[in-house]
Every structure is written in C-alpha cells, then in structure tokens.
Design a binder for this molecule. Structure first.
Ligand SMILES: *[C@@H]1O[C@H](CO)[C@@H](O)[C@H](O)[C@H]1NC(C)=O
Ligand SMILES: *[C@@H]1O[C@H](CO)[C@@H](O)[C@H](O)[C@H]1NC(C)=O
Ligand SMILES: *[C@@H]1O[C@H](CO)[C@@H](O)[C@H](O)[C@H]1NC(C)=O
Ligand SMILES: *[C@@H]1O[C@H](CO)[C@@H](O)[C@H](O)[C@H]1NC(C)=O
Ligand SMILES: *[C@@H]1O[C@H](CO)[C@@H](O)[C@H](O)[C@H]1NC(C)=O
Ligand SMILES: *[C@@H]1O[C@H](CO)[C@@H](O)[C@H](O)[C@H]1NC(C)=O
Ligand SMILES: *[C@@H]1O[C@H](CO)[C@@H](O)[C@H](O)[C@H]1NC(C)=O
Ligand SMILES: *[C@@H]1O[C@H](CO)[C@@H](O)[C@H](O)[C@H]1NC(C)=O
Ligand SMILES: *[C@@H]1O[C@H](CO)[C@@H](O)[C@H](O)[C@H]1NC(C)=O
Ligand SMILES: *[C@@H]1O[C@H](CO)[C@@H](O)[C@H](O)[C@H]1NC(C)=O
Ligand SMILES: *[C@@H]1O[C@H](CO)[C@@H](O)[C@H](O)[C@H]1NC(C)=O
Ligand SMILES: *[C@@H]1O[C@H](CO)[C@@H](O)[C@H](O)[C@H]1NC(C)=O
Length: 511
C-alpha cells in the first residue's frame, strides 16, 4: 500500500523536448514569399534533392534560397555530382535537412559557411546510418540564432562538438538523441523509477520539471550533472534544498520561460546550488522565481553574486541572505556596522552600508569592495564623485523595498559614475535614487539615460524619470503609478526622435 502511494507520488519531467515537426511545403512557400531575401534566380524549387531535381540547382549562385532536403532519393547521386553542384554555394537562405540517407559526410558543401535561417525552420539530421562527418555544421555561421535543431538516429555520428562550439552556443532548442555520441542526456521524463538511468549524465538538455516529489534522496542519481540547458521548474515538493544539483555549474535558459522556477516548496530553506558559476539566456534576461518557500529560506552571498553577475530578472524573490560570512574563495566578507568601524580590506559587505556626514575620510575603505549584500546610501556628504567605488560591481537588497543605491543631499556631488556597477537590485520600485545633489549631474536626458544603460537599472532622478532632466516640454511624463519594476516604466517611455537609439538600448536592458 505504502509502495503504491510512493509510486504515484513520482517526480516527473515533462516531455516537452520531443521531435520537432515541420511541413516542408509550407516552409518553402513562406521562404519564397520573402522576396527581399530570395532572388528568384537563386532559389531551389524542388522538395528534395534527387537525380531528377538536382539539375534545378542554380549552380552559379553563391547565396541560394532553399529548403534543401536530402532523403533516400538522394542516395544514388554520385558524390562528384553533388560536389560540382554545390561548388559555389556559400550561404543557404533557408535551411537544410538530411534524413534517411546513406551519406557518410557533407563535405560536398565545400564552400558553405553561412546559413540565413530567416524563418527559423527546423534543421534536421536524422536517420542516417552511415553519416560520420557533419563538420560543416560545426563551423558554419548563423544569422538567426536559436532555431530548432534536431539530430537523431545517426549511429555513427558524434554530435557533441555542436554543443561546445561557439556557433551554436545561444541555441537551446536542441533535440539530440540516439547518435553515436549525443551532447548529454536529453531529458524526456524522469521519475523515481528511471532516475537511475541518468546516473552518468553530466549535462542535461530539456526542460526539467519536478512536481509533487517527496523523496529527494532518490534524485542523488542526478548528482553528476554539471550543465543544464533548458528551464527548471520545482513546484509543490517538500525538498529542503536542491543539493542533488550541487555540482551544477552552468545553466542555459530559454528566453521565453522562467528558467529557474521554485514555487510552493514550503520546506525549502536553502537553494544548495553550491557550484553554480554561470547563467546564460542568450540576449534576454535569465528569469528566476523563488516563491512560496520556507519563511527561513536564505540565499548565500555566493548564490546571490551569481544571480547579480548575469542579467537575472525575478518574478518573485522571497529570500533573505543567509547569515554566513565565510566564502569558499576565501575573499573577505565584513558585516557593516559603521564606516568608522569597517575594516580596510573588505571585498564583500553584508548589511546596509551608510556613508553620511563625517564619513568622507573612510571612503577609501570601500575601494576594493566588489559586492554589497544590502543597500548603499550616500547622504549629507561633501563628496564630489564616486571614484572610490570603482570596484563595486553590484548592490543587492533582499527583504526590504529601499533603493539599492541612494545618493541624497550631497551638495557637491556632480559625478556619480560607477565604473563597474551592473544590475543593482531591490525588490522595491527604485533600484537607484538620485536626489538633491549638485544640479549638474545630468545636463540632458541623454546623459541620464546613458547612465541607466551603464548601470543596467532604472534611475529615479529628483523624483522623476530621466525624461524630466530637461523639462522643456519635449518629453511627456511616464506612468510610474505603482509600477513594480523598471520594465513597466521604460515600456511606457515616450521615445522622441533623438532618443530612439537610447530607448532601444534601454528596452534591451529591460526586456
Ligand atoms: C503541408 O502543408 C500543405 C499545405 O499547407 C498541405 O497540403 C500538406 O498536406 C502538408 N503536408 C503534410 C505532410 O502535412
Ligand atoms: C519555381 O516554381 C515557380 C512556381 O512553380 C516557378 O514560377 C519558378 O519559375 C520556379 N523557379 C525555378 C528556378 O525553377
Ligand atoms: C524517413 O524514414 C521514416 C521512417 O522510415 C519516415 O517516417 C520518414 O517519412 C522518412 N523521411 C523522409 C524525409 O523520407
Ligand atoms: C570553392 O569555390 C571555388 C570557386 O568557386 C572552387 O574553386 C573550389 O573548388 C571550391 N571549394 C570546394 C572545397 O568546393
Ligand atoms: C559544460 O559546458 C561547458 C561550456 O559549454 C563545456 O566546456 C563543458 O565541457 C561542459 N561540461 C560537461 C560536463 O559537459
Ligand atoms: C554508467 O557508467 C557505468 C560505467 O561506465 C556503466 O557500468 C553503467 O551502466 C552506466 N549507467 C547508466 C545508467 O548508463
Ligand atoms: C500536484 O499537486 C497539486 C496540488 O496538490 C495538484 O493540483 C496537481 O494536480 C498535482 N500534480 C500531479 C502531477 O500529481
Ligand atoms: C515539511 O515541513 C512540515 C511543516 O513545517 C513538517 O511537518 C514536515 O515534517 C516537513 N517535511 C519534511 C520531509 O521535512
Ligand atoms: C549571525 O551569526 C553570528 C554568529 O555566526 C551571530 O553572532 C549573529 O547574531 C547572527 N546574526 C543574525 C542576524 O542572526
Ligand atoms: C541629512 O541632513 C538632514 C538635515 O541636516 C537631516 O534631516 C537628515 O536626517 C540627514 N540624513 C541622514 C541620512 O543623515
Ligand atoms: C580596485 O581594487 C584593486 C585591488 O583589488 C585596486 O588596486 C584598485 O585601485 C581598485 N580600483 C579602484 C578604482 O579603487
Ligand atoms: C526580513 O527578514 C527578517 C528575518 O531575517 C524577518 O524577521 C522580517 O520579517 C523580514 N522582513 C520583511 C519585510 O520581509
């Protein structure tokens, strides 16, 4: 009875990563509609390459529009014919597919170096029992990133170079199974019964979902995993931490998903991703959600440092800092009491750092500080610039809605440049608040917006957005009413002709 109950409460990983399907006819019709890319002289009309169709190939073109498909009908084409046909081909506009062939290599693509997969069609290399060499793919450039890539059932093909080469680094829609060597383990479903099959996996591809799981010890089979490509969701479990992923170093997300979604895990007090070094989500924010965890849940400063180093965005971040000041790298961590009491050699500071009247003489103590776990306020000082914070890369507030960085009432402060600062964070509405300082900090909205871009966060300047730096009527007020984060604010920004570029950059930062 207990056994049955346990079996029903299994962990499962949703089978989202399945074979990509496509309709070649539709793909071709859509491609040929893009007349700006598809020169009618340089397109290949046939649905597959065969002895009957190969002479339709526009041999004189270097850039050819095609959904170029090799199938079993291509098997009886002599290699020399393939080679002479594709001799001049440098770029494919479209995609190519190799399915059900007896080819051993694709070296007849002697000059192919680029693919403009403008409609992000599926690239498929499947069911080729003799294929051993597709090196053209590992070196080819791509204009459009992250199209679906499928390699399956090629028993003599080592696909692993694809996953380490730069040209596919931003791709995460990969379905790679049943080749001689895959990239790692492609996850379909993991449950308590089959988790043991993943014991030798050092990298996992695919969205991972743990739900309603009761026994994390069974997941120790995942403890060799170092790289994860695809979003992870952990919901409705009683896990206390994710220590079964304690060796995970890299997480590559999906630009459309919450990449680390921890939701309704009431017993979770720690993350436990002790080896995490790198988060990556193409050009987009790496989205994290930590919600509905144990009230004592805490993040170590090392974990938070990883989050803040990459452009992480939070749906919710219900966490405090753990009261731990020793670091694996041995860097000195100080707990802030006052500027006068602060040691000279702190690299990390926990607590709310307050620099105020009379503290000017101590500011050199902050010159090697890289991270503040808490807020930074500089108020009522005679400081002129913030050069002493040149090594400060991040300030992140948890469990409080105060600004991450507050620069208030420093009448001589005219230069607020922070050399290394990126993505200061607070759960509150304003990451950076600048008010009542020297009137010449920003001489134009351009300078203010430039500053926002350089620090990667919205700046509230004298109570308003950057648009108000010059109130000459060119800028309409942005809607800040109750907006929880910077994206809403910049989304309503009024982009004047001169500021379109800056706005575009801001949107990029705030996506
Ligand atoms: C592909 O799409 C075309 C037109 O949309 C349709 O006629 C054809 O049946 C489809 N082929 C498959 C295999 O679904
Ligand atoms: C491709 O097909 C279209 C329509 O069937 C035809 O008009 C065009 O001439 C063909 N192009 C080539 C290069 O064969
Ligand atoms: C390849 O073979 C499989 C199974 O034999 C078949 O389902 C599929 O349609 C074939 N694909 C092509 C492009 O011929
Ligand atoms: C590349 O193109 C040049 C000129 O079109 C040709 O001479 C050469 O043989 C091609 N190289 C390969 C490897 O096909
Ligand atoms: C993890 O990914 C990195 C970067 O792509 C690669 O260098 C490394 O070999 C991978 N590690 C494993 C265990 O696959
Ligand atoms: C893991 O590797 C060991 C040693 O190579 C092998 O004996 C075992 O079968 C593998 N386990 C799985 C699940 O692949
Ligand atoms: C997991 O538990 C939730 C809440 O009890 C329930 O709504 C959901 O259907 C369960 N999911 C599965 C797959 O059992
Ligand atoms: C989870 O937390 C609840 C309440 O705090 C507790 O009763 C239960 O024993 C915990 N379960 C596990 C597996 O730790
Ligand atoms: C943090 O831990 C230290 C000892 O390690 C203790 O003295 C201090 O009171 C703790 N602080 C909090 C806020 O719990
Ligand atoms: C700054 O000075 C003003 C006026 O002297 C005072 O009201 C305010 O509390 C001071 N702020 C801080 C943070 O010391
Ligand atoms: C940053 O720290 C290094 C020592 O780690 C120091 O030499 C350098 O002067 C600091 N830079 C600034 C701008 O303070
Ligand atoms: C902040 O964390 C402390 C415990 O560290 C907790 O007592 C307090 O309620 C939290 N405050 C907020 C606003 O969540």
């Amino acid at each position: 009875m207990t056994c049955l109950l346990l079996l029903t409460l299994f962990v499962f990983i949703t089978p989202i990563y399945t074979v990509f399907t496509y309709n070649a006819t539709d793909d071709m019709a859509l491609l040929f509609e893009t007349t700006e890319y598809c020169d009618s002289q340089c397109r290949f009309n046939a649905s597959e390459v065969s002895l009957d169709t190969i002479n339709l190939w526009p041999v004189d073109c270097t850039d050819v529009c095609a959904i170029l498909k090799f199938t079993s009908s291509s098997n009886n084409i002599p290699y020399e014919k393939l080679k002479s046909t594709f001799l001049n081909l440098k770029a494919i506009i479209g995609v190519f597919r190799v399915e059900n062939t007896t080819m051993t290599n694709l070296s007849f693509f002697g000059n192919l170096t680029f693919m403009y997969n403008i409609n992000k069609n599926v690239l498929s290399i499947s069911n080729n029992p003799k294929l051993t060499d597709v090196s053209v793919l590992f070196t080819m450039g791509n204009s459009h990133l992250n199209y679906p890539v499928q390699f399956m059932n090629n028993p003599k093909l080592d696909v692993s170079p694809l996953c380490v080469r730069r040209n596919f680094f931003d791709f995460n829609r990969l379905y790679i199974v049943n080749n001689m060597k895959d990239c790692g383990c492609t996850v379909t479903i993991i449950n308590y019964a089959n988790v043991v099959n993943f014991k030798n996996c050092t990298s996992i591809f695919g969205p991972i979902e743990f739900s309603n799981a009761t026994d994390p010890s069974k997941l120790s089979a995942l403890s060799n995993v170092r790289n994860i490509t695809g979003p992870i969701s952990i919901k409705n479990t009683n896990f206390q931490n994710l220590s079964f992923f304690s060796k995970v170093e890299r997480m590559k997300g999906d630009d459309s998903a919450v990449n680390l979604d921890i939701h309704n895990n009431p017993n979770m007090t720690r993350l436990g991703l002790d080896s995490l070094l790198l988060l990556h989500s193409g050009d987009a924010w790496f989205r994290v959600n930590i919600q509905g965890v144990h009230p004592d849940f805490c993040l170590t400063i090392e974990e938070m440092q990883v989050f803040t180093t990459f452009n992480t965005k939070y749906v919710k971040l219900e966490a405090n800092y753990c009261n731990i000041t020793t670091r694996k790298d041995g860097q000195k961590t100080c707990v802030f009491e006052s500027m006068s009491a602060l040691a000279d050699d702190c690299v990390h500071i926990m607590g709310n750092v307050a620099v105020s009247t009379g503290d000017e003489e101590y500011t050199r103590k902050l010159s090697i500080v890289t991270n503040i776990y808490g807020s930074l306020s500089i108020t009522n000082t005679t400081l002129k610039n913030l050069e002493f914070l040149g090594n400060l890369t991040n300030v992140a507030v948890l469990n409080d809605t105060s600004p991450a960085i507050l620069l208030d009432s420093n009448s001589d402060l005219s230069d607020i440049f922070l050399l290394s600062m990126r993505f200061p964070y607070t759960p509150g509405p304003n990451a950076v608040v600048v008010q009542n300082n020297d009137a010449n900090i920003f001489l134009s909205p351009y300078q203010c917006e430039n500053y926002q871009n350089s620090v990667g966060a919205y700046v509230l300047y004298n109570g308003k957005g950057c648009d108000w730096v010059l109130s000459d009527g060119d800028y309409t007020e942005i809607d800040t009413g109750g907006a929880p984060g910077i994206s809403e604010k910049t989304a309503t920004r009024n982009c004047g002709v001169y500021w379109i570029l800056i706005c575009a950059l801001l949107f990029f930062v705030n996506i």
